[in-house]
Ligand binder design. Structure first.
Ligand code: DQA
Length: 138
């Protein structure tokens, strides 16, 4: 069975509550239950943290074990060289994911520090971006 780790960064614990016009009204927990049922043949795990160091620790922890990582680093995407370095340090390929189309938003969201370290980037398809990322990693 393939193993894929989903990692969410800051403020993504408030999905379904936060800025619903941008991020929708579904909580990640309920979305994740559906994701698991759509990919029954994949061992999917989920981790979320609002702290940069904890995200890095989790990338280190799973990054030599799983077959791929789906990472929505939230705002850290735009300025965390440390997360980019963590992605480069591990074995598992990482797909950068965004719920919103970051390129149609503020200019500071157009920059990704982590994209060059990732296998690919999926943005703008709502929560379906995570489904697409899992599919891409399989
Ligand atoms: C986001 C986009 C980021 O710019 C923002 O800081 C987020 C969420 C997204 O999924 O669309 O927190 O990563």
């Amino acid at each position: 069975m393939k193993k894929i780790a989903v990692i969410n960064g800051p403020n993504l614990n408030l999905l379904g509550v936060r800025e619903k016009s941008i991020y929708g009204d579904t909580s990640f927990d309920s979305y994740f239950a559906g994701l698991k049922s759509r990919f029954e043949n994949v061992e999917l795990t989920y981790f979320q943290s609002n702290c940069e160091g904890s995200i890095i620790d989790e990338i280190h922890r799973v990054g030599f074990d799983v077959d791929g990582i789906v990472l929505n680093a939230g705002a850290y995407t735009h300025y965390s060289i440390a997360i980019a370095d963590a992605i480069r340090a591990v074995k598992a390929p990482v797909v950068e994911v965004h719920i919103s189309n970051v390129h149609s938003r503020e200019e500071y969201r157009h920059v990704s520090m982590i994209a060059p370290a990732c296998r690919g980037v999926i943005a703008g398809f709502g929560l379906k971006s995570y489904d697409l990322a899992v599919e891409a990693l399989l």
